[in-house]
Design a protein around this ligand. Structure first.
Ligand code: FAD
Ligand code: NAP
Length: 534
């Protein structure tokens, strides 16, 4: 394989910035093309949706907390809140760019319009990247390309599924166009789709609209950002301990425990929210207010829509939402790579065939990769960081991909497995810890937990029972960050510091029963981990 010296990175959102930083770290000449005039991608809020770029509403906050939503070698500053408004998170991205001096490698207002194989691709693996800046086109040759263009860009507006929508005389739109609630004050609004967006918008509208209906075809589990003992949900739930239990328990028991956890705050059945397939690990909705709105009657949950009339929506149970002014379809997104030939990569039914969610398996030379497409309960910054580090090692020939046939076979097997956990429509989803461990093993940066139990038991304890925070993937091996150990040991303090702005008497976070339980079972569990690890 010829030597890879330079790389083109498309997009300067979370994933593009991670790819850029890791490319420089790997000693490559890197050029990042960003079609807008700023960094941040989706987190760069604009008053109007821009063609080909993600668009968020004004109030969006992160649903991963600051200790999970950071890059693994750049913690979010102490003064930032645990869950951040989009403007705070954009500020964090700006700090990252400044700290690693990334801005000078980014060409703003430069859209990549075409990526094509060079005539000598079979030998060199090189790409011609055609860009457009101020209406002028130019072409450059790169040894490798990292595509970081996001996947919440193109609206999924399945109007064909909604009988009679063409005769509906009110306004209807995809949530991409929704920015803030003021213009809906006093209106009767129907929100379609119970994902995170549908829940957020319904709650937000409930304060000013005359009436809000929320229609869901398959229900959803609703989690709260504020979880056990008031800690962030992901600090409590995304742990190796939970992951381990999930792995060893029979599916029926783990489904039962999952359901019980989801129903702890309120019964989803009583609120009409319970998912059709309760055991699927589809992404839950993170919303602290939806249940309150339902119980106060300011949001009314309805089943799927059977048909629209001129002014109403008739639901599958025969009930009717009358005199609807606006329908907001919060029905998700699809993604596309309009600048690349379909024979290389194509989205078909919201699926694309990529080995480890990164490499098109049929390419003759593995010199093109996608960063940030896979979804998991973990956050995008850490996933993109690990994906970029692994991809760069493959580009540089340090890591090898399996033969094409093996990759295709693995992809097929994975798809069946994923369907059973995440459902038909969520094949881009993956289990965070399994995936991160897989890639970090390939990089050689997966921490050796059994060994740590002996050499650094305090750290091992926190890594197993505490959150599987991004720092774990920069603790050792290539790309090791010296601050990782300290960041892991201090993560709970930082969480408390971010919210406790008034001195009160001290109190230990863990209940004594939980502490006792962990103390009794630790030797047994560590032994089992040791066995599973080897
Ligand atoms: P994007 O942020 O979409 O960035 C892509 C960049 O590529 C953009 O700047 C775009 O201008 C540029 N670009 C695109 N095409 C071209 C081209 N042809 N040429 C040049 N430049 C191009 N994830 C989390 O982890 N935590 C959260 O809390 C969270 N909240 C979310 C909230 C909402 C409302 C939504 C919709 C998603 C959320 N996500 C969250 C997922 C979200 O997709 C990621 O947080 C993240 O923004 C993805 O980053 P990215 O860099 O991959 O893509
Ligand atoms: P989403 O998660 O894809 O949810 C789309 C919803 O629309 C689903 O409930 C789906 O139902 C429904 N739907 C799709 N097609 C439909 C059809 N034909 N008929 C009826 N219902 C249909 O989209 P999203 O809510 O916009 O979220 C996208 C991503 O952004 C997620 O990763 C989410 O976490 C993130 N996000 C985060 C925040 C935050 O707070 N940080 C806020 C918003 C979004 P089914 O379940 O039946 O398929």
């Amino acid at each position: 394989m010829s030597v890879v010296r330079n790389v083109a990175i498309i997009g300067a959102g979370i994933s593009g910035l991670a790819a850029l930083k890791c490319s420089l770290e790997a000693g490559l000449e890197a050029t990042c093309f960003e079609k807008s005039d700023s960094i941040g991608g989706l987190w760069n809020y604009t008053e109007c949706a821009e063609e080909g770029r993600a668009s968020i509403y004004r109030s969006v906050c992160t649903n991963a907390c600051k200790e999970m939503m950071c890059y693994p070698d750049f913690p979010i500053p102490d003064e930032f809140p645990n869950y951040m408004h989009n403007s705070w998170f954009l500020n964090y991205l700006r700090l990252y760019v400044k700290h690693f001096d990334l801005a000078r490698y980014i060409k703003f207002k430069t859209a990549v319009v075409r990526v094509q194989k060079c005539p000598d691709f079979q030998v060199t693996g090189r790409w011609e990247v055609i860009t457009e800046h101020d209406g002028e086109r130019s072409s450059d040759i790169f040894d490798s390309v990292l595509i970081c263009t996001g996947h919440h860009v193109y609206p999924n507006l399945p109007l064909n599924s909604f009988l009679g929508i063409e005769r509906f005389t009110g306004r209807y739109m995809h949530n991409r166009e929704y920015k803030e609630p003021l213009q809906y004050a006093g209106k009767r609004v129907l929100v379609v789709g119970l994902g995170n967006t549908g829940a957020d918008i319904s709650v937000e509208l409930s304060h000013t609209a005359q009436k809000v209906w929320l229609s869901t075809r398959s229900g959803s589990w609703i989690m709260s950002r504020v979880w056990d003992n008031g800690y962030p949900w992901d600090m409590v739930y995304l742990t190796r301990y939970h992951f381990f239990l999930n792995k060893i328990l029979p599916r029926a028991i783990s489904d039962y425990l999952y359901e019980r956890m989801m129903n702890k705050r309120f019964s989803h059945e009583n609120y009409g929210l319970v998912p059709v397939d309760k055991g699927l690990r589809k992404e839950p909705v993170f919303n602290d207010d939806l249940a309150a709105c339902i119980t106060c009657g300011t949001v009314v949950v309805k089943p799927n829509i059977r048909e629209f009339t001129e002014t109403s929506a008739i639901f599958e149970d025969g009930s009717i939402a009358e005199n609807v002014d606006v329908v907001i379809f919060a029905t998700g997104y699809s993604f596309a790579y309009p600048f690349i030939d379909d024979s290389i990569m194509k989205n078909s039914n919201n699926k694309v065939s990529l080995y480890k969610g990164v490499f098109p398996p049929k390419l003759e030379k593995p010199t093109l990769a996608v960063i940030g497409l896979l979804q998991s309960l973990g956050s995008i910054p850490s996933t993109s960081d690990v994906q970029a580090r692994w991809a760069l090692r493959v580009l540089k020939g340090i890591c090898k991909l399996p033969p094409k046939e093996s990759m295709l076979q693995e992809l097929n097997e994975e798809e069946t497995e994923k369907k059973s956990w995440f459902g038909q429509s969520e094949t881009l989803s993956t289990d965070y810890i399994t995936y991160m461990d897989e890639l970090s093993s390939s990089i050689g940066c997966k921490a050796n937990l059994p060994l740590l139990c002996v050499t650094d038991p305090r750290l091992a304890w926190e890594m197993f029972f505490g959150p599987c925070s991004p720092y774990q993937f920069r603790l050792t091996g290539p790309g090791k960050w010296e601050g990782a150990r300290n960041s892991i040991l201090n993560q709970w303090n930082r969480i408390i510091q971010a919210m406790k702005k008034r001195e009160v008497s001290s109190h230990t976070g863990l209940s004594s029963f939980t502490a006792l339980f962990k103390l009794l079972f630790i030797p047994l569990l560590l032994f089992a981990v040791f066995l599973a690890w080897n």
